[in-house]
Ligand binder design. Structure first.
Ligand code: DSN
Length: 471
């Protein structure tokens, strides 16, 4: 009889986990507590989702030990035979998932992907047109706090009086400043982005269009949001947000893959290969690329499509429940996974709302909103997302419960100034109990049978900031 052996990678991961517990119990205890914390926390962080355990296992692969600059078949080191196969698989899956003609799976994040793309297309001092950070843009879209706002002359468009992207002003700014690249994409924008309209504006001034779909990539893959792939010259995304992958980024190109780059000759696909390696990155992360390959397989499943549909449905229900409860929902609703509230209208600041909710086991982050008078670390808005709620299997009915819990906490929070506050202890206990019950009723898909919210709290003590403390 043949003895059935445990596969080598599985055995290594199991031995690694055992060794970690024996050799470094302090670290292992924190990592275990995190699993319990995630299981027992109602996370409504718009940029988060839960990676499938098979994605996490791939991210821990022995492949991590491989050093191999370059691309499959053209490496600068020997010993990349399996890494070549993995990277080719990841590229094929990325192309298939997004119906793209070109994919680069090496960027360590979408920030680094954006920097690679922008620095390949725009000369130093050239013009970049992107959404303003306060209007929901991203640091890497030309913020003065980012290298993209220092190497390039960044011009920013904003929102109209209803909170929607002001396309007329995008066209006007494009005409006035003649950008080399326009960026269509956002970190805090709850409405559909009209990539075709952006492309028409880009064409009218001869600009390249970069679409950054980090927040909505899962909706794009499943058709819940229109795809930019054939509208934009280049598309970038994170892999850890809605795609449920590892920390990392992708660069994708659709029908423009043969379009010449800035030198008028080299096709954009080749420009992007060089833009990542050697221009902005050295060694890629082979295990992260394996994990991307795994996640990119999962995003084509019917289960993922169903979750994406529920993400959008839930966000609509959440926005409606907040509106009914008297909150000011920016744009009056949402088309994607995100709901933005102005908590200034409830006499609170974003940081106070964030911290009071965190005390009760609810995670949503402060966010600056259009016309915000508060500094970035304080902010006047709260950004919530439904990715994890949908992954837990919650539907519209539970969104009313979630909105009610958030509303209850905010109502029981009394600010002393912009950053310190008092939260009624009875409300804290009540909401924490409701959160525990909700999390137990709708466990994370990867959770085991032991939700450990309170015990995680007990191990780690208070959150990393002091409760109610000043910034
Ligand atoms: N950290 C991301 C977000 O929260 O939107 C942006 O990169």
């Amino acid at each position: 009889m043949t003895h059935r052996q445990e596969p080598a990678q599985t055995s290594m991961l199991r031995r690694g986990a055992d060794l970690l517990h024996r050799a470094d119990p302090a670290l292992a205890a924190i990592l275990d507590a995190e699993v319990g914390y995630q299981a027992g926390t109602l996370a409504m962080i718009a940029s988060a989702s839960a990676a499938d355990p098979s994605v996490l296992a791939a991210a821990g692969a022995a492949l991590s030990n491989v050093t191999a600059e370059g691309y499959p078949g053209a490496r600068y080191h020997p010993g990349a035979v399996h890494f070549d196969a993995v990277e080719r698989l990841a590229v094929e899956r990325a192309k298939e998932a997004f119906s793209a003609q070109y994919a680069n799976v090496q960027p360590h994040s979408c920030s680094s992907a954006n920097f690679s793309v922008l620095s390949a297309l725009i000369p130093v001092g050239g013009v970049l047109l992107g959404l303003d950070l306060d209007a929901g843009g991203h640091l890497t879209h030309g913020s003065s706090a980012s290298v993209t706002g220092r190497h390039f002359r960044a011009v920013h468009y904003g929102l109209d009086e209803h909170g929607y992207i002001d396309y007329a002003s995008v066209a006007e700014l494009a005409r006035a400043h003649r950008p080399t690249v326009m960026v269509a994409g956002a970190s805090a924008y709850p409405r559909v982005i009209d990539f075709a309209r952006f492309r028409a504006i880009a064409d009218s001034v001869g600009a390249y269009l970069l679409a950054d779909i980090s927040h909505i990539a899962g909706l794009v893959v499943t058709g819940e949001h229109p795809s930019p792939i054939d509208h934009a010259h280049v598309t970038t995304t994170s892999t850890y947000k809605q795609l449920g992958g590892p920390r990392g980024g992708l660069i994708l190109i659709g029908r423009e893959h043969r379009t010449p780059g800035p030198d008028g000759r080299t096709p954009l696909s080749r420009v992007m290969q060089q833009a990542v390696f050697p221009r902005s990155q050295g060694t890629p992360n082979p295990a992260a690329i394996a994990a991307k390959a795994r996640a990119l397989d999962l995003v084509t499943t019917p289960e993922f499509k169903d979750t994406a549909r529920r993400i959008v449905e839930n966000a609509g229900a959440l926005a409606a429940a907040f509106t009914t409860a008297g909150h000011r929902v920016l744009t009056g609703g949402t088309d994607n996974h995100m709901v933005l509230l102005s908590v200034l209208h409830r006499g609170l600041t974003g940081v106070i709302a964030e911290r009071a909710l965190e005390e009760c086991g609810i995670l949503a982050n402060r966010n600056r909103i259009p016309g915000d008078t508060k500094p970035p670390l304080v902010a006047g808005g709260l950004r919530l997302g439904t990715n994890l709620l949908a992954q837990r299997g919650m539907g519209p009915a539970e969104m009313a419960e979630c909105a009610n819990l958030v509303d209850t906490v905010l109502d029981a929070t009394t600010p002393d100034d912009d950053t310190s506050y008092r939260l009624d202890p009875q409300t804290r206990r009540y909401v924490r109990g409701e959160v525990d019950e909700l999390c137990a009723r709708f466990p994370l898909p990867f959770a085991d049978d032991e939700p450990a919210g309170e015990c995680a709290d007990a191990y780690l003590g208070a959150p990393t900031h002091e409760t109610g403390a000043r910034l």
